[in-house]
Design a protein around this ligand. Structure first.
Ligand SMILES: Cc1ncc(COP(=O)(O)O)c(C=O)c1O
Length: 472
């Protein structure tokens, strides 16, 4: 593979049309359905879009995680995969790439991001500890809570206001971090985390200045800083676009600097690794790495494959280099913005400015007649499916309400969002135009949409499997 990572130069940015920087070699058919068919399908799924078979979805914007198209280079790398149990060549290629881009000493492969989280928190956290983050993703929060620790979200106030315009709405509120450390004591905080970009807060980036400021607080109190690096390349590209003094640097350099402030990271390679499965955990701490590898062997596998096949490791190595191609990142951010602009023109209130991998509709503002207790995000997600076979996901009180175990009483989430996540290199502009047309129809019917109640749920991550009933 050509190891040169492409940086944009002035000449290449003079045309207005930003094309998909790839052509299509293999295609998958989309099955078209009628509204009557979708009504029956949604009923069978108990109104939970996670329960809908993929064949019954026309445009699947449920997640950008593991749903991307791999490149010809990645498929070629798959054929190079060395499936030796111990010390495979694939591992060394993977390790070299991750070290080169991220710069951490120990690179521990895992089957996906949450496995890295589980191992990290099992090794670092004790019951009663507190883990600050800008905003924990659902699996991150669940894994913190599973070891008896408390997950604290400390994003800046603008990050909790969908309409607030701020170039780095994923930033952590450094004063609140300082305050938390004073309040609970540094000994109860085993690590600080920063999620780049901040998925649960709208896919919003974190600035270099903020990463440095968080690092400075960590240094003052002797705390390690870990990055949840799933979308590190999109975050680095936003820094290049928006942070003063960064426009002449390559995304690769910026990404490297972001990582330099960390003591390690968790990574779901299903996002900016551009693969369908995979992840890793990195650390600079030799002792932690030893404990993490011990745990890895228990559930994931030997340290040179960690729950993956050799071919997966090779595909990640190629994907991590490809994601730093600035033509790709320019198209990625522009095509997400395109969907955001179309939805805004219809009237939908969305989290502004659009994030890197998804558009987040503010369902509370779009459906003011549905209170958070009746899950406006669920109502909107259900109607997007019924209207046009589009699968989106609620990121609101279904996913994040705090449920009192004794009384069952729910404290609503900070925001009621619906995320339309865009798989990498999968859909073309006409697919997105179709999504906008369907959304326009949903907008016309918005005052008639019913709220929902949950009739069955699991104790953790209930949104994946719960059953709903429409109200009224
Ligand atoms: C910010 C963030 N962290 C962690 C994860 C978990 O990664 P995985 O789904 O690979 O377990 C995700 C997945 O969507 C994510 O977006």
């Amino acid at each position: 593979m050509d190891d040169e990572i492409h940086e944009l130069n002035q000449d290449e940015t003079t045309f207005r049309t930003i094309i998909e920087p790839f052509r299509i070699k293999a295609v998958e058919a989309l099955r078209q359905t009628t509204r009557a068919e979708r009504e029956a399908i949604l009923l069978r799924a108990h109104y939970n879009v996670f329960r809908i078979p993929a064949r019954d979805v026309m445009i699947d914007l449920l997640t950008d995680s593991g749903t991307g198209a791999m490149s010809a280079e990645q498929w070629s790398a798959i054929m190079r995969g060395d499936e030796s149990y111990a010390g495979s060549e694939s591992y060394f290629r993977f390790e070299e790439t991750v070290r080169d881009i991220f710069g951490f000493r120990h690179v521990i492969p895992t089957h996906q991001g949450r496995a890295a989280e589980r191992i990290l928190f099992a090794v670092m956290c004790r019951p009663g500890d507190v883990v600050p983050n800008n905003t924990h993703f659902d699996t991150t929060r669940a894994n913190v809570e599973y070891v008896g620790a408390v997950a604290e979200d400390l994003v800046i106030p603008e990050g909790r206001d969908p309409q607030a315009r701020h170039p780095f709405k994923g930033n952590m509120d450094v004063d609140r971090l300082e305050d938390l450390i004073q309040r609970v004591g540094r000994e109860r905080i085993p690590l600080v985390m920063l999620t780049v970009t901040n998925n649960s807060g709208g896919g919003q980036p974190v600035s270099l200045a903020n990463i440095r400021a968080v690092r400075a607080v960590c240094d003052r109190h002797g705390l390690p800083l870990y990055l949840d690096a799933c979308r590190f390349a999109e975050n680095a590209y936003f820094i290049k676009l928006r942070e003063p003094g960064q426009s002449d640097r390559s995304v690769r350099e910026i990404a490297r600097e972001m990582m330099r402030y960390g003591d390690g990271c968790t990574m779901s390679a299903k996002k900016d690794g551009q693969v369908n499965i995979g992840g890793f955990l990195c650390t600079n701490d030799d002792d932690l790495a030893r404990q993490e590898r011990d745990l890895l062997i228990l559930s994931e596998g030997f340290p040179t494959y960690g729950g993956l096949a050799g071919r997966d490791l090779d595909a990640i190595a190629v994907g991590l280099r490809e994601v730093l191609d600035e033509h790709y990142l320019r198209y990625r951010v522009a095509s997400t913005q395109y969907l955001g602009d179309r939805l805004t023109a219809i009237g939908f209130p969305i989290v502004q400015p659009p994030g890197g991998h998804a558009i987040y509709i503010d369902a509370k503002a779009a459906l003011p007649h549905i209170p958070p207790s009746a899950y406006p995000g669920q109502a909107l997600a259900a109607e997007l499916y019924l209207a046009g076979g589009i699968r989106a996901v609620e990121i609101g009180s279904v996913m994040f309400a705090r449920v009192d175990a004794a009384t069952g009483v729910e404290t609503p989430a900070a925001m009621e969002l619906v995320r339309l996540a865009i798989p990498r290199r999968v859909y073309t502009q006409s697919h997105i135009d179709y999504v906008a047309e369907v959304a326009a129809r949903v907008w016309e019917r918005r005052t008639c949409l019913p709220g929902y109640r949950i009739v069955e749920q699991a104790p953790f991550l209930r949104h994946f499997s719960c059953r709903f009933e429409p109200l009224g």
